[in-house]
Design a protein around this ligand. Structure first.
Ligand code: SF4
Ligand code: SF4
Length: 82
């Protein structure tokens, strides 16, 4: 019998999406102090120097589960892109 899978943490879920996103890669967001869960913690410290490319948040479980809006939280903070 196989063990039931542990539910994924929010961080694990985020890391299935943000690191593959073109905005994340283009701006090397992985090197900033905050590099995941922007929809919870707010925008990246380097947001003002970053350029907007794609966003994978719309495909993320947290996005639908929490009824989030906007996306691009790494650039625009908790409110997301207007
Ligand atoms: S909605 Fe975006 S920032 Fe929030 S956990 Fe999902 S991928 Fe990460
Ligand atoms: S918040 Fe959206 S745009 Fe920013 S790194 Fe995550 S998936 Fe990409």
């Amino acid at each position: 019998m196989t063990e039931p899978e542990e539910p994924k943490t929010n961080r694990q879920i985020c890391r299935m999406h943000c690191p593959d996103c073109t905005t994340f890669k283009e701006n090397n967001l992985k090197f900033a102090a905050t590099h995941d869960l922007y929809c919870v913690h707010g925008k990246s410290e380097v947001a003002e120097y970053s350029i907007e490319k794609g966003c994978n948040c719309l495909g993320c479980e947290l996005f639908s589960r929490e009824g989030l809006k906007g996306g691009w939280f790494c650039l625009y903070g908790l409110a997301g892109k207007k």
